[in-house]
Ligand binder design. Structure first.
Ligand code: NI
Length: 159
């Protein structure tokens, strides 16, 4: 496993649409492992492949309240309600802002073995799924933020 370089706001790859995954390959499995390692290293809740420069429809999410989730080719099937709260992104380090998202989503995706599954999510997990699926469409939360971004304290990096 390896920690990948996280692209930051202004990098053009973050504004592009990611391509569907047709079949799982050793290379993509490696990417998924690396995405988890990178997300944990930087203490993120989710990470989308374009954030590490790969335009494929893959996201990883770990809210710590649910099991870690891999979503390949995710699609939101249903959404309802709304929640307004602070959101951040590893591609916008040290910043956060208020974004309104659905409070419930039902999504379909494929796992690392390309088995289809559906997931229902509320609260933080629903927010995370919406945020990561947006990345695959080249949409950043800063495009949806209400008001200004604000600074958040970054935890001291342990060497
Ligand atoms: Ni993000």
């Amino acid at each position: 496993m390896a920690i990948r370089n996280v692209r930051t706001l202004g990098d053009e790859v973050l504004g592009k649409k990611a391509r569907e995954v047709k079949e799982m390959t050793p290379r993509l499995r490696q990417l998924i492992d690396d995405m988890f390692e990178t997300m944990y290293e930087y203490q993120g809740v989710g990470l989308a492949a374009p954030q590490v420069g790969i335009l494929r429809q893959i996201v990883v999410i770990d809210t710590e309240e649910d099991s870690p989730i891999v979503m390949v080719n995710p699609r939101i099937l249903e959404q309802s309600g709304s929640q307004s709260g602070n959101e951040g992104c590893l591609s916008v380090p040290g910043k956060a802002g208020v974004v309104t998202r659905p409070n419930y989503v039902k999504a379909e995706a494929y796992d690392e073995n390309m088995e289809r599954f559906e997931i229902e999510a509320t609260d933080l997990l629903a927010r995370a799924i919406c945020h990561e699926v947006d990345h695959l469409d080249g949409i950043m939360y800063v495009d949806k933020v209400e008001g200004d971004l604000f600074d958040v304290e970054q935890e001291e990096e342990e060497e």
